[in-house]
Design a binder for this molecule. Structure first.
Ligand SMILES: CCCCCCC/C=C/C(=O)SCCNC(=O)CCNC(=O)[C@H](O)C(C)(C)COP(=O)(O)OP(=O)(O)OC[C@H]1O[C@@H](n2cnc3c(N)ncnc32)[C@H](O)[C@@H]1OP(=O)(O)O
Ligand SMILES: NC(=O)C1=CN([C@@H]2O[C@H](COP(=O)(O)OP(=O)(O)OC[C@H]3O[C@@H](n4cnc5c(N)ncnc54)[C@H](OP(=O)(O)O)[C@@H]3O)[C@@H](O)[C@H]2O)C=CC1
Length: 284
């Protein structure tokens, strides 16, 4: 699908790259010739991913332990990365999610999610951007992984929805402020892509599992990691050099299905031809 050297020479940081979608994007970036740094809090998980992906792809991958909620830790990580070679691309992927009634959330729960998603993305973005701007480095990219709830809101995941909406605002604001400096921003808005991290927190069995979920998706399936990884590879590549400030939705149409009449319109998808025929005016 892509030229095999599409990302050759690009140095990319994927936050939360040890698991789930971050791992899958890292895998694709390595296959396309990038040099990738992953970060996260669990160093054992990072090490295992580095070993596995180096073996699977033969690519250059390294890990730095970092909690993106801690400003000094983010600065230290960027210093470690820069000591070898400046980044070309930052992917804000690390996230935290809690499924709960909002009025029962403790302030620590709210802070945990806002800290990872909103503050962590801002700390990483500013730490990379400042280094690029101070050194006059151009042709750089910040790509953030959002959620559909950043566009629509969502009950029971309010801190994440608020935080991702903030990251979207950062993406659009910096497109204008940093565009003239040769730094572009973009985002991906994924629908459901099964991962251990998301499913263990967001898919208790009471939700009915994937079978119920896919009924809410026009393409009637969940996303495949490769599909998201391909979109990510394109968006960070030079092929997408004129995309700045946009957020691309990849959700099988899920976000649109709730529009235009909601549940009663949904039921019409299962109507028989006879039911539709009965609506047609009868000619005499
Ligand atoms: C099904 C379809 C889905 C499609 C859409 C999917 C959209 C997906 C978006 C995603 O972001 S998926 C990514 C999921 N991955 C993660 O969340 C990984 C990282 N997450 C975490 O580390 C934790 O979940 C965390 C809670 C966010 C942070 O962990 P940390 O160790 O820092 O905090 P804790 O000390 O464990 O907890 C802090 C605070 O939060 C309270 N809390 C935790 N879980 C819940 C809960 N389920 N309900 C209510 N409260 C919760 C916890 O009790 C602590 O509060 P206090 O008790 O100390 O007041
Ligand atoms: N899966 C899905 O259906 C969807 C996912 N998304 C988004 O995709 C992205 C990846 O999610 P997914 O792969 O599903 O979930 P994962 O739980 O697998 O990924 C989250 C990653 O973030 C890391 N992380 C969490 N907190 C911190 C922190 N404080 N500092 C550094 N790293 C941290 C975790 O590593 P560690 O715990 O070791 O720190 C983990 O590797 C997220 O941005 C999520 O919001 C959006 C919509 C749908």
């Amino acid at each position: 699908m892509f030229q095999p050297d599409l990302l050759k020479g690009k140095r990319i940081l994927v936050t939360g790259g040890g698991t789930g979608l971050g791992r899958s994007m890292t895998h694709r970036f390595l296959e396309l010739g990038a040099n990738v740094v992953i970060c996260g809090r669990r160093e054992d998980v990072l090490k295992q991913t580095v070993d596995e992906l180096a073996k699977e792809t033969g690519g250059e991958i390294e890990a730095v332990g970092c909690d993106v909620r801690i400003p000094d830790a983010v600065e230290a990580m960027m210093d470690t990365i820069w000591a070898k070679r400046p980044l070309d691309i930052l992917v804000n992927n690390a996230a935290g999610q809690i499924l709960a009634q909002t009025h029962k959330l403790s302030t620590r729960a709210i802070d945990a999610v806002l800290g990872i998603v909103l503050h962590g993305s801002a700390y990483c973005t500013v730490a990379a951007g400042r280094r690029w701007i101070d050194a006059g480095l151009r042709d750089r990219v910040v790509m953030s992984i959002l959620t559909v709830s950043s566009l629509t809101g969502a009950p029971f995941t309010v801190p994440s929805s608020m935080a991702k909406a903030g990251v979207l605002a950062m993406t659009k604001s910096l497109a204008v402020e940093w565009g003239p400096k040769g730094i572009r921003t973009c985002a991906i808005v994924p629908g459901p892509f099964p991962t251990e991290g998301a499913w263990s927190r967001l898919m208790p069995k009471e939700r009915g599992g994937n079978e119920e979920l896919v009924k809410t998706i026009p393409l009637r399936r969940v996303g495949e990691h490769e599909e998201l990884a391909n979109l990510a590879a394109f968006l960070v590549s030079d092929g997408a050099a004129y995309i700045n400030g946009d957020a691309v939705v990849i959700d099988g149409g899920k976000m649109l299905q709730s529009g235009g009449g909601g549940a009663s319109t949904q039921a019409m998808l299962d109507w028989t031809d006879e039911q539709w025929e009965a609506l047609r005016p009868k000619r005499k």
